[in-house]
Design a binder for this molecule. Structure first.
Ligand SMILES: Cc1cc2nc3c(=O)[nH]c(=O)nc-3n(C[C@H](O)[C@H](O)[C@H](O)COP(=O)(O)OP(=O)(O)OC[C@H]3O[C@@H](n4cnc5c(N)ncnc54)[C@H](O)[C@@H]3O)c2cc1C
Length: 429
């Protein structure tokens, strides 16, 4: 047995980040992925020959570890960086100028359209208060409670705070953790100017990480086994054996989604408390409607906010196919009661209100991820990288982190697991 061999279970962004970090350090690593493709909840979907995404993803400049990973595997050029712009036609616009922090937010607010002076003053006061507190709350509460206590006006909630909360936490305001929301504000609007930049994918998600990571792993001695579901983990005197795999491993990283983790850990009684904690998570859905028009929409910015309806964001995705656009519907809400035709009609109506008359709709596809992310509720205790068993680690967007369930949380967790393994090897060398 090669005691130093590492098994990574799950080829989402957490597992890929972990495997790439290990391979970069020269460690033999085998990645097991149950599906026939890599990417997990951020993956390519084939639609009549068009490569698109299971869900439209938004990345921001604060995603430093994700950016470092994409640089390492050579795909960072597929992201288009733009200063943050919240356009919610016809009434609201907040664009952050290319000025050093915090002037970019200050001037952006002063110039914002669709907010009265009292709204702008309330927003500035709120940000200042959070800054003074180091973005730490004495006790966690819901985002709606925090906003009410901080005197945030209905216009601010509607145009700014609710869209940010849904995009980042994928949890309705009255259920979402105010502390996690503050963490997001700290690292985006409260960070350096570049941290709030939007990084818009200019290729499908498969090209962004899975393809490039596969090539990187192949070039650095890593192995990827697709279509290989690990059913269980067994402890042996010298490490671990994975059900469904022939070889033993000294270290194992479980990088599955939290929905799959309890089943994977079922044979390890030492991890029963962890298993129960993860099994108790609540989840929130995300639906993405892909719209193929006769010709591409003419948007003032490639990402527009939508108001008064089920959709929150409209994206121009013409680089994937001419005429292609996507609409994101985050979290649960009354839209879940609509029939598919009624939902499509409501989204098209919103799109029309935002951009005017629409070209003819040629085709559409709805991709619903029912358990897209765990609900980022107040006081949620998330598991650590290191488990109670030596050599067995966890990775995934649900691992303890300042971030909600996002690509950055997933990537950071994968890198943390890899570094823990590498550090352990150093101390035992
Ligand atoms: C529709 C949608 C939109 C989103 N939008 C954004 C966004 O705009 N910005 C953002 O930052 N984040 C967004 N997210 C969240 C982001 O996609 C996730 O946080 C991230 O992809 C989670 O990665 P992960 O590696 O932790 O888990 P996963 O992606 O779930 O990866 C786990 C992998 O493990 C595999 N697996 C499970 N069980 C086994 C087993 N027994 N054996 C082997 N393999 C197994 C699965 O097949 C999967 O590939 C969105 C998510 C969705 C669904």
């Amino acid at each position: 047995m090669r005691r130093e061999a590492v098994a990574v279970i799950g080829g989402g962004w957490a597992g890929l980040a972990c495997a790439v970090e290990l391979a970069a350090a020269g460690r033999p690593v085998t990645l097991f992925e149950a599906a026939r493709q890599l990417g997990g909840r951020a993956r390519r979907v084939d639609w009549n020959g068009i490569a698109l995404d299971n869900g439209q993803h938004i990345l921001i400049g604060a995603y430093q570890e994700t950016l470092r990973l994409l640089e390492r595997v050579g795909s960072a050029h597929l992201l288009e960086r733009r200063p943050l712009e919240f356009d919610q036609p016809p009434g609201f616009r907040l664009a952050l100028p290319r000025l050093p922090a915090p002037l970019h937010v200050g001037l952006g607010l002063i110039r914002a359209r669709g907010l009265a002076w009292r709204d702008k003053r309330a927003a500035a006061r709120f940000i200042q208060t959070l800054k003074r507190q180091g973005y730490r709350l004495p006790a966690d509460t819901s985002v709606s409670d925090l906003l009410a206590r901080q005197g945030q006006t209905p216009a601010l909630v509607r145009h700014l705070w609710e869209p940010i909360c849904l995009a980042a936490l994928n949890t309705p305001l009255d259920q979402a953790s105010a502390q996690v929301f503050c963490n997001v504000l700290r690292d985006s609007l409260g960070g350096v100017r570049a941290a709030s930049d939007l990084l818009l994918p200019r290729a499908d998600l498969g090209r962004l990480l899975p393809d490039a990571a596969t090539a990187y792993l192949a070039g650095h001695g890593g192995e990827v086994r697709l279509g290989c579901r690990i059913e269980g983990i067994e402890r042996t005197p010298r490490g671990y054996r994975l059900t469904g795999s022939d070889c033993p491993f000294g270290h194992v990283v479980c990088a599955t989604s939290p929905t799959r983790l309890p089943a994977l850990l079922a044979g390890l009684p030492e991890l029963e408390p962890l298993r129960r904690r993860v099994a108790a998570y609540a989840y929130q859905p995300i639906e993405t409607l892909w719209l193929r028009f006769e010709r591409s929409l003419e948007l003032p910015f490639p990402m527009l906010g939508l108001d008064q309806g089920p959709g929150q964001w409209l994206f121009d995705r013409r680089e994937l196919a001419p005429g292609l656009a996507s609409v994101v519907i985050s979290a649960e809400g009354p839209h879940r009661q609509l029939t598919k035709p009624a939902l499509l009609a409501a989204v098209l109506e919103q799109t029309k209100r935002a951009v005017g008359a629409l070209p003819e709709l040629r085709d559409h596809l709805s991709v619903l991820e029912r358990r897209a992310t765990f609900a980022a509720v107040p006081g949620l205790v998330r598991p650590a990288t290191q488990t109670a068993l030596p050599g067995l680690y966890l990775a995934g967007d649900h691992i303890q982190s300042d971030y909600p369930a996002t690509l950055e949380a997933a990537v950071r967790s994968g890198i943390a697991a890899a570094r823990a393994i590498l550090a352990q090897a150093e101390t035992t060398a």
